[in-house]
Write a protein of this length. Structure first.
Length: 174
C-alpha cells in the first residue's frame, strides 16, 4: 500500500490488532473523529491504513512488553529503527510523520540525524527547545524527498483540551 502519512510512537500499544485500543481508550480516536467524521471515535486501525496512514512504534517489542519509555530496551530500539528505515525506503509517498510524544521525536532525530534538514530552524530554537508541539521547523530528507514532521502530545498522559497540533496534523492528513 502507498502510505502518505506515518505516525510513530515509542512502544507498542497494540490491543486486539488495534493501536490505542483496550479498556481505557485514550483521546487518539476521539480527536481523529472531531476532524474526520468518517471515524467513529473507537479504534479503527484498518480504516487508517485504508486512508493511507500507517501507525508504528520505535520499539520492536510486542504489545504490552515495554509499556513505558523507561522499560524500552536498546535491542528493541535497534530493530525498530531498522524496520522504520526499511519502511521509509519502500514507501516513497510519505509526506509527513507525526511523532506521538517528545521521546519518539528525540530518538528518531538522534538515529536519523544525517537525514535531518535544519536549514529552516530559527537559531533561537537551539537555545530553548528544538522539539515544540506542532509542525516542526526541521524536516527529513529521505528518497530525495522532503518529509514534514509534527510533534504530537502523547494522547493519554500529556493531553490538553486545546491539543491544536493534533487537529492541524489530522487536517493536513485528510
Amino acid at each position: 500500500m502507498k502510505y502518505h502519512t506515518l505516525l510513530i510512537g515509542t512502544s507498542k500499544t497494540l490491543d486486539s490488532n488495534e493501536y490505542y485500543g483496550g479498556k481505557n481508550i485514550n483521546r487518539f480516536w476521539g480527536t481523529l473523529k472531531s476532524i474526520n467524521s468518517t471515524f467513529s471515535g473507537q479504534p479503527q486501525t484498518s480504516k487508517l491504513n485504508n486512508d493511507r496512514v500507517l501507525v508504528t512504534d520505535i520499539s520492536s517489542a510486542l504489545g504490552g512488553q515495554e509499556k513505558k519509555d523507561k522499560q524500552i530496551k536498546a535491542v528493541s530500539l535497534q530493530k525498530g529503527f531498522e524496520d522504520i528505515e526499511d519502511l521509509l525506503k519502500s514507501e516513497k509517498n510519505i509526506e509527513r510523520i507525526g511523532f506521538i510524544g517528545k521521546q519518539a521525536a528525540q530518538w528518531f532525530f538522534i538515529r536519523f540525524i544525517d537525514k535531518i534538514d535544519l536549514k529552516k530552524v530559527p537559531k533561537s530554537c537551539f537555545k530553548v527547545d528544538l522539539f515544540e508541539y506542532g509542525k516542526q521547523s526541521w524536516t527529513i530528507n529521505f528518497n530525495n524527498k522532503t518529509i514534514y514532521c509534527y510533534l504530537l502530545r502523547n494522547t493519554s498522559r500529556q493531553w490538553k483540551e486545546e491539543a491544536n497540533e493534533w487537529r492541524e496534523f489530522w487536517q493536513e492528513t485528510f
